[in-house]
Every structure is written in C-alpha cells, then in structure tokens.
Design a protein around this ligand. Structure first.
Ligand code: HEM
Length: 146
C-alpha cells in the first residue's frame, strides 16, 4: 500500500506540474507578445519550444504510465467509465499538443517580423483547450464515475 501511496502522490504531482507549467508559459508568452519587444519574444519562444514543451510532453506522457500502474496495483476494473473516458481524453492531447507546437514553430519562424494577431490567438486557443482537457481528466479522476 505504501508503494501505491507514493505512486499516487507522483501521479497527482505530475498532473499539477503539467497544468501549472502550461499556464506559466501561456502567461509568459502572452506578456512578451503584448510588450512587442521582438528580441525578448523570440528568446521566450525559443526556450519554450526547445526546453519547456518537450519537458512538459515527457511529464504528460508519464501520467498514463503512472495511472495505469496505479490501476494495476489497486486492481480497478478496466471498464470503468472514468478510466475509459480519461484515456480517450488523454489521446486528444496528442493532436492538440502537435497543433500548439506547430503554431509556436510558425511564430518563431517569423523572426523579428510582427506576428499577425491570429497566430498567437490560435496558440493560446490550443493551449487553453489542452488545459480544459487536463482539468476534465482531473475531474474524472477525482469523481470516478463508474
Ligand atoms: C489516462 C490514463 C490514466 C489513468 C489510467 C489514471 C489512473 C488513476 C488512478 C488509478 C488514480 C488513483 C485513484 C485513487 O486511488 O483514488 C488516479 C488519480 C489521479 N489522477 Fe489519474 N490516471 C490517468 C491519467 C491522468 C491524467 C492525464 C491526469 C491529469 C490531468 C490525472 C490526474 C489525476 C489526479 C489529479 C488524481 C488524484 C485524484 C483524487 O484522488 O482526487 N490522471 N489516476
């Protein structure tokens, strides 16, 4: 049982870290865009794409791994609604993550040129959808509808 508790803590901490990391980067990039300092914005975009996004993706991928391990340890029946629904929702994060990555790449490729407002707005919308899906999964994990 101790093993379960530790894994449970790691799983929940990962969920919080991924969500907070995403929010932090949304705020950082949005503020940098508003400041209209092309140099600062490019630097933030570069760091986000090269370091933060890959790191967040790895942390996010650890969620289903630790989650299914918890299921295995606790012996939950696999057909429960909360497990199935959260797995489907998690799969949704893959295309959304790729779309977000694509927008950020296009934004960075503009270099010092000002971005058309559509570009950061789409990036924000994808990030917002990812956050929404994460919150929905956390809701399912907490409520556990069978
Ligand atoms: C998709 C595969 C996943 C599976 C199979 C899974 C499975 C589980 C299991 C078995 C628990 C422990 C329940 C308990 O002992 O009460 C749990 C808790 C939790 N999971 Fe997941 N999980 C998955 C993905 C996720 C994701 C993607 C997130 C984040 C968005 C997440 C967030 C949480 C949270 C916050 C808890 C603690 C909930 C609470 O007890 O209030 N899980 N999960």
């Amino acid at each position: 049982m101790e093993h379960y508790k530790l894994l449970y803590f790691i799983h929940a901490a990962l969920a919080v870290l991924v969500s907070l990391g995403l929010i932090a980067h949304m705020v950082i990039l949005w503020k940098a865009w508003r400041r209209a300092d092309a140099g600062v914005l490019q630097q933030k975009l570069k760091r986000t794409r090269q370091i933060s996004l890959p790191l967040l993706a790895v942390l996010a991928l650890l969620l289903p791994l630790s989650g299914w391990w918890l299921v295995h340890l606790a012996g939950w029946p696999l057909g429960q609604l909360w497990l199935l629904a959260s797995s489907v929702l998690f799969l949704l994060l893959v295309p959304l993550g790729l779309l977000l990555g694509g927008r950020l790449r296009a934004w960075q490729a503009l270099g010092e040129q000002p971005a058309p407002p559509r570009l950061p707005r789409f990036a924000l919308a994808y990030a917002g959808l990812i956050l929404l899906v994460l919150v929905a999964i956390m809701g399912l994990m907490g409520a556990k509808p069978v």
